[in-house]
Structure formats: C-alpha cells, structure tokens
Design a binder for this molecule. Structure first.
Ligand code: ASN
Length: 334
C-alpha cells in the first residue's frame, strides 16, 4: 500500500535556536531510520513544503499548498493510497477542517499528525504519532481526512486542540473517535456524512473576524471591531449562542452588518455546545438580526468552512445558508 508523507513544519521537526524552536531537523532521514525494515517503508514517498513553518504562521494559502501537494501525489502511476501530513499542533485542527472541505472527492485516507516534543528530543511523542498516522493512512476504513494524535484517530472536521502540553492534545467534543490505537486497533462504526463539494476553487485568504463576546462588551467596542466591515463574522457567544441583547443598539448593529451583505455566524464559547438561537431571547435577537448558528461545529470547523465558502465565491445570506449544511461530517444535521 504506497503511502505519501507531506511535511509542512511544526514542532515535530524543530530544533533549538537562540530565539526558540524553529523548523530545521532532517525529518525525512529521521522517518527513514524509524521505519527501516518495516512494511510501512515499502513504496513510501516524502515531500516537504517550502517554507517549513510553525503552524501559527499558517494561512488559508498554506492550507491550499497542502491540498495541492496531496492532489499531486494521488495521480499517476505512483499515486499514493493514503497520505500523512506532518504539521504543527497549534493550528492543526484548522488545517484538518480545511482539508476536509477541499478533499471530499479524494476517496482515500489523509491523516494529519505532529507532536508536542521535537522528534529528536528524548521522550518525544513524534514516533508514536507518525507510526499511528501511517497505519491509519494504510487502512481504507480511515477514508477521508482525519487527525491522529495520542493514540486516537479523530474525524478531521471535528477536532480542537485542548492541551498545549499533553500527549493527548486534541479532542473531538461532538463526535466519537474513528479508532483507538492498540493491539488490535478498535474502530468505531459511526459514519461521517456530508454533501461534499465537487471541484472546489482554491483557498484564498479572506477577511473573517472572530470576535469573543464578554460581559460588559459595549456596542461601540463591537462596532469598532467590525470597522471596516469584514467579509464574514464569527461571533463567539455564551452557551447555546446567547449575547447581551439588552445592550442598547447591539442587535441593531448586527442587523446592519447582515443587511450590508456580511454573513454573521454565531458560535459558542463552550467546548460542548449545539448553538440554538431560538432557545433564549438573548440568542433569538441574533436570529432576528439575520445571523445563523454554527450548530455543534468546533470554532476551527466553522472558521475553515467560512473561508472555504468565501473562496467558492459565496457571500452574505447565501453563505450563511451553507453554514448549516454538512459538507464533510463537521456538523450534526437538524
Ligand atoms: N508551535 C508549534 C506549531 O504549531 C506547536 C507544535 O507543533 N506542537 O507549529
């Protein structure tokens, strides 16, 4: 089963520098030594993106670089049956959601992973994560985009980074793991469903504002944060999508934003939530202003989805309507 590895950067391949960790290790050499003599080495190919980055520097254009590299290695006589993306953990969940939307037609596993400690550091989690990701990428049950980290294979459009230090850095709050590594691996039968997207246009960087609501937020501050008007807004609200609706002028401000053609998506600050704007008056005020809720999507999934839909040329109410339609298993319908 020929596999391909795309190396994008991240702690996994970092080395010390006077200014902190930076990419610089010979990761291909490390992987070759790690896999020597195993089945995983058979037919394995490797590419590195240029430049290698700390994933905190990733943009939607970086997501597209990964999409292009994946597509380049799934055509022709040496086409890979599965792919592994080595990536930094900081924005891995954004990239895995972004890949999920852009690769719905790929029909083979794409598994993203990385590590909390550099591969060359004693006690690093890099080897276990890379090997687990390669094992998943060689298994047709993992078809689609997923994330392997700390013994768990998670749906790529459902993940969020919940720890900056633990070897179990990622959670999937609204969807069970696809598999748990072990002897043998335990696979779950929960399907991921989505409408898919044929021949997507490439990701471009769009102006999307992500704004956290906090007690005491004034309408004037919110208006200043929305000036000039972005192409779309993700408002991270309380609980099931509630905002300070009695703040004078706040619902009217949101209504003027949607009327101007900027989609407003209300998400939740809770790790486990299903946004439901009609449940309280404080959320209903947003629905009346033309905003839509993000359902049970993670912030990463909503943000990447909005960037994806903007890249497909959608705007305003049309874009807002697509937010509620599952594309790649990121959202529970209804
Ligand atoms: N800053 C690193 C990155 O996201 C963190 C990591 O990979 N553990 O590239």
């Amino acid at each position: 089963m020929p596999l391909h590895v795309t190396y994008t950067g991240g702690t996994i391949g970092m080395v010390d520098s006077p200014r902190g960790l930076v990419p610089g290790a010979d990761l291909e050499g490390w992987l070759t030594r790690l896999l020597e003599g195993t089945d995983l080495a058979d037919g394995l190919t490797f590419s590195s993106l240029d430049p290698l980055i700390d994933s905190s520097n990733a943009t939607p254009e970086s997501w597209q670089q990964v999409v292009d590299d994946v597509r380049a290695h799934t055509h022709g006589p040496h086409a890979a049956a599965g792919l592994v993306i080595l990536h930094g953990t900081d924005t891995m969940a954004y990239t895995s959601a972004a890949l999920s939307y852009a690769l719905t037609d790929l029909g083979r596993p794409v598994v993203i992973t990385g590590s909390q400690l550099p591969a060359l550091s004693p006690g690093s989690d890099a080897a276990a994560n890379a090997i687990g990701a390669l094992q998943a990428a060689g298994d047709p049950r993992a078809a689609g985009v997923s994330l392997f980290f700390g013994h768990h294979l998670l749906v790529g459009s459902r993940v969020t980074k919940t720890s900056a230090w633990s070897f179990e850095a990622f959670s999937s709050p609204a969807h069970p793991p696809l598999a748990r590594a072990g002897a043998p691996w335990q696979w779950s039968a929960t399907p991921r469903t989505g409408e898919g997207w044929q021949q997507p246009l490439p990701y471009r960087r769009h102006d999307v504002a992500v704004i956290d609501v906090a007690p005491g937020l004034t309408t004037a501050r919110l208006e200043a944060m929305l000036t000039p008007l972005p192409e779309a807004v993700i408002l991270r609200a309380f609980g099931v999508g509630n905002v300070p609706s009695s703040e004078p002028g706040l619902p009217e401000l949101i209504a003027s934003v949607t009327a101007a053609g900027t989609a407003v998506v209300v998400a939740s600050q809770c790790l486990e939530a299903r946004v439901s704007l009609g449940l309280y008056e404080t959320g209903d005020a947003m629905a009346r202003a033309g905003a839509v809720g993000s359902g049970d999507m993670t912030l990463e999934a909503v943000y990447a989805k909005v960037q994806f839909l903007l890249s497909q040329g959608l705007r305003g109410a049309e874009l807002a309507a697509w937010v509620g339609r599952p594309l790649a298993g990121e959202l529970t319908r209804g």
